[in-house]
Design a protein around this ligand. Structure first.
Ligand code: NAP
Ligand code: 8YV
Length: 321
């Protein structure tokens, strides 16, 4: 590939929204890390020149790559979650990290509600029921209900609150779990996740990924949720013990699950495909043209701000100061 030497170098760790990559190509000499056959050689070749990187929150950027680029100053991340970025290594190296908060709240909340409703009301199962001609032999099995039930949100942050607002509109009672009780929130707070799982019909995960939340929803939490309960995960696959979720679904020890995210996505156990009590989505929480465009613009705008010496728009707390 030919590079325009008047443009700054930018290391793009992973493929992101194509129109955003086109915007980056127009402004930078973009070096595509994930496509490179010799990644170490690529990084070494950028050692003296590369001050900027971009990535997805999921692919992130590992500490050894950050440390191998001594001139690096900014990592612009496509996604509000940036659990894949080694922020400790970035902070230690004086590198700023930005993400894409807020612009995706409403679409992710829509996805969460879609998964919640279609899981409890068995929409995907019923669609297959019609297509396979089963309706001709009799009506579909009746389902659980949503209105009047309790929704337990793990992670009542920006997106969690947008989900709560929608679920209230569906007549649900909202309760939540997080590390802190929030003073300006009237929903009941559970300091203990297992206690909340016992109390709710639907347990919905929308907290960050990473070490602090890894496998937070384990076999014990699933047992507390029980046959009466449903798990909805729009956060990160790492936040659940995926094998325990599969087992609970296979044995019917939880009512069902709606999953948008997986530990090793896009790969998952094909055992999930055999089950009628799970709705599977390919990590499309923010997946509308409108929202991905807004996220991409923030990726670009944070980089532009940095190169112009202006304040970053959305720097993550870990690298501030
Ligand atoms: P946010 O505003 O920072 O909210 C995060 C919430 O999680 C806060 O309420 C926080 O409350 C809670 N939390 C943080 N650490 C926790 C812990 N260790 N244990 C329990 N609760 C914890 O973030 P957001 O913008 O709403 O985004 C949340 C996450 O959603 C992202 O990080 C990302 O992983 C995921 N996401 C997924 C998709 C998708 O496509 N599926 C799209 C967008 C975002 P406390 O501080 O009180 O603990
Ligand atoms: C992804 C997400 O970033 O924002 C997040 O944290 O999980 C999503 O919006 C998006 O799928 C691109 O990787």
């Amino acid at each position: 590939m030919k590079f325009d030497m008047s443009k700054p170098d930018l290391l793009l760790i992973a493929s992101i929204y194509p129109p955003t990559m086109a915007q980056l190509d127009a402004q930078y000499n973009v070096h595509r890390y994930w496509e490179s056959k010799d990644k170490d050689a690529l990084v070494a070749s950028l050692k003296e020149t590369c001050v900027a990187a971009a990535t997805s929150g999921f692919a992130g950027m590992k500490g050894d790559v950050i440390r191998a680029l001594p001139k690096l100053k900014i990592i612009s991340c496509f996604g509000v979650g940036y659990d894949g970025v080694d922020t400790a290594a970035a902070k230690a190296a004086g590198v700023k990290v930005t993400n894409t908060p807020d612009v995706l709240n409403e679409c992710v909340a829509d996805t969460a509600m879609t998964l919640l409703l279609s899981t409890v009301r068995r929409t995907v199962f019923n669609d297959r029921f019609v297509r396979e001609g089963k309706w001709l032999k009799g009506g579909a099995p009746l389902t659980d209900k949503v209105w009047g039930e309790t929704l337990g949100i793990v992670g009542l942050g920006r997106i969690g609150k947008a989900i709560a607002k929608r679920a209230e509109g569906f007549g649900m009672k909202i309760v939540y779990h997080g590390r802190n009780q929030q003073a300006d929130v009237s929903y009941d707070y559970y300091a203990d996740l297992k206690e909340m799982a016992k109390a709710v019909k639907v347990l919905l995960l929308i907290m960050p990924g990473g070490a602090a939340t890894e496998k937070m929803v384990n076999a014990e939490v699933l047992a507390a949720l029980g046959k009466k309960g449903y798990l909805i995960n729009v956060s990160r696959g790492t936040n659940v013990d995926e094998a325990a979720v599969l087992k609970a679904l296979q044995e019917g020890t939880i009512g069902g699950a709606g999953l948008d995210v997986f530990v090793d996505e896009p790969r998952m156990s094909e055992e999930f495909f055999k089950l009628d009590n799970v709705v599977l989505q390919p990590h499309v929480g923010s997946g509308t043209v409108h929202t991905r465009t807004a996220m991409g613009q923030l990726v670009v705008d944070n980089l532009t701000a940095w190169f112009a010496g202006k304040p970053l728009l959305t720097e993550v707390p870990e690298t501030r100061g």
